[in-house]
Design a protein around this ligand. Structure first.
Ligand code: HPA
Ligand code: ZN
Length: 339
């Protein structure tokens, strides 16, 4: 089954590239760029990754991102993620980046986006993995800062498929960014938003109604609102769920208490993703393996999650169909007993 999980074609739709910064690379880049780290060793860094909530994680995540200074650093980071994802059977990734985390430290927007883009192109060439880029606004910063960031992105419109919303959720509702998203949609970007991770179901409604999102990142708190669940099912709004992240950030006390199986059973378009794998202890296959075991998912559940990941993606209808067919054939070979 673990082999099946790894080799099944899948898309990853909720991965913060800065959250794929493994401590080993953090130390190498700190050395390369002369940045001081608050840890004496890789082991000490890993040991510090014990979080009580989203904010306690964000504090270390932004601290770690300070080692990313040059275009080459963003290239190395993205190349490493895409290589790792490919080895987990990820065929397509939609990658978040947080430009304000870097531009606020004086790193040019161009260095960030050019480094990431070059690594995406190199990985596509080398392994065939495709990827798209989603620019997130930090919701705890101002609307003006988000608007400035949108302006900076315009010359790179062709490299960025969508805008998103991340960072500290509670107290920063989607409605705060309605004008920013309206401007982005007018420029041809699609939109997504983190909502219902720590924030209430109302934030999910706002993301749909005011930010016109194509999917909800996390969204696990929707189950508190049955009418909202009916709407998400009827409109087939995908949720990019991140099980190991949710446990690390104590959205659920244990993986056994995670509501992913209930979300699936409610008929929602659930996908499984790693969020910030360097901090939360698992890439996408590890997330699937853990929920399969702990939540007693069937092979059919796993195949549905893989199909959903392509359905929820920003690939073309033809590309989606190609992957869904491949997943169908994957089933066929298993049924013939050859796998
Ligand atoms: N939630 C909000 N902001 C984030 C996350 C998350 O899970 N990961 C990185 N930035
Ligand atoms: Zn996230």
């Amino acid at each position: 089954m673990d082999n099946m999980i790894r080799s099944l074609p899948k898309a990853e739709l909720h991965i913060h590239i800065e959250g794929s910064l493994e401590p080993e690379m953090m130390f190498a880049l700190a050395e390369r760029n002369g940045v001081r780290l608050p840890y004496r060793s890789v082991e000490e860094a890993r040991a510090a990754y014990a979080f009580s909530d989203l904010q306690s994680f964000l504090d270390l995540y932004y601290e770690g991102a300070r080692v990313l200074m040059e275009e080459a650093d963003f290239f190395d980071l993205t190349a490493a993620y895409l290589k790792r994802a490919h080895s987990d059977g990820v065929r397509h990734a939609e990658i978040f980046f947080d430009p304000q985390t870097h531009t606020d430290r004086g790193v040019p927007f161009a260095a960030v986006v050019s480094g990431i883009h070059a690594a995406q192109a190199a990985a596509a060439e080398e392994s065939g993995i495709s990827s798209k880029l989603i620019m997130c606004f930090l919701r705890d910063l101002s609307v003006d800062s988000a608007l400035q960031t949108l302006q900076q992105a315009l010359p790179y419109r062709e490299w960025i498929v969508a805008v998103g919303l991340d960072s500290a959720e509670v107290g920063h509702p989607p409605e705060k960014f309605a004008a920013v998203f309206e401007a982005a949609l007018k420029k041809g970007f699609l939109s997504v938003a983190h909502a219902g991770e720590e924030g209430p179901p109302e934030y999910i409604r706002q993301a749909l109604d005011l930010l016109h999102v194509s999917r909800i990142d996390h969204g696990v708190r929707c189950l508190e609102d049955p009418e909202l669940v009916d709407r998400l099912r009827a409109e087939r709004v995908p949720l990019t769920v991140c099980p190991l992240s949710n446990v690390k950030l104590r959205v659920f006390k244990t993986l056994a208490e995670h509501n992913l199986k209930r979300l699936l059973d409610a008929g929602l378009c659930v996908t499984v993703n790693s969020d910030d794998p360097a901090y939360f202890g698992g890439y996408v296959a590890e997330n699937l393996r853990a929920i399969r075991k702990t939540l007693h998912l069937t092979e059919d559940d796993i195949r549905a999650l893989a199909r959903n990941s392509f359905e929820a993606s920003f690939l073309s209808e033809e590309e989606k169909q190609r992957y869904v067919d491949e997943i169908e054939r994957f089933e066929g070979s298993r049924d013939c007993g050859s796998r």
